[in-house]
Design a protein around this ligand. Structure first.
Ligand code: DC
Length: 223
């Protein structure tokens, strides 16, 4: 067996990161860590507790009082805040449209970055997010920056929503994606950006399988 690697997959919302990262982790028999789900779980907890989403002090208290856990399962990773399962609720539009605000707060980023680094220390890992290659795992052997057009990403989200019974017009999804890109890329702390040593992959016209194969090729070359 070769050396255990750290694989960092970053990129904007709905570029296909989590689907691809999950498959790559499965192929390598590595742990998969969805860092977006952590920011979503904190957002869920803040809304649940009625905390203002930009109130650093209250968020700091909240972070000390909650326990975010991930439990792998056959259908994907289940997310818990304390004893409450929030796997599905954290994907709802109310969370998607508020998570960028929470993710821009210093105590939240600090606390989740520490947690992510701890998880990565356990061994071979595929981690997806916005700042994995730049901030969380700057020494990762493999860094991928996945992009896709706004139209394509809105279409992907549209199809996912329909499957969940959520009806949001495509134009609205496009606007939401653009807004989230803007917030994620312009925040002062750890903004979404491509690490200098990351390989950029445009997935607009690629299937999931093609993207996974490209990443596996990059990994095999490195290993
Ligand atoms: O990947 P996602 O859509 O589930 O991420 C949700 C939000 O969390 C996204 O708008 C930005 C934020 N995020 C972040 O700031 N840093 C990360 N490493 C992962 C996600």
């Amino acid at each position: 067996m070769g050396k255990l690697l750290q694989v960092a997959i970053d990129g904007p919302a709905s570029a296909g990161k989590s689907t691809v990262a999950k498959l790559v982790a499965h192929k390598l028999n590595y742990i998969y860590c969805d860092t977006g789900a952590m920011y979503r779980a904190v957002t869920w907890a803040a809304i649940h507790d009625g905390i203002r989403l930009d109130d650093e002090k209250s968020l700091r208290v909240l972070l000390h009082s909650i326990n975010i856990r991930f439990i792998p399962s056959a259908t994907g990773q289940r997310v818990f805040v304390n004893k409450k399962e929030v796997t599905e609720e954290i994907r709802m539009p109310e969370i998607s449209n508020n998570v960028s605000t929470v993710a821009a707060q210093v105590p939240v980023r600090k606390s989740l970055t520490d947690l992510q680094q701890e998880i990565a220390n356990a061994g071979g890992i595929v981690m997806d997010g916005r700042d994995i290659g730049t901030t969380v795992l700057p020494d990762a052997e493999i860094k991928i920056f996945m992009v896709a057009s706004v139209r394509e990403r809105a279409l992907r989200r549209y199809k996912e929503n329909i499957e969940k019974g959520i009806q949001t017009p495509l134009e609205v999804l496009e606007q939401e994606i653009e807004e989230r890109d803007r917030k994620d890329s312009t925040r002062t702390i750890s903004p979404l950006s491509k690490a200098a040593d990351a390989v950029q992959l445009d997935t607009t016209n690629l299937t999931i399988e093609q993207v996974v194969n490209k990443i596996m090729e990059i990994i095999e070359k490195k290993a």
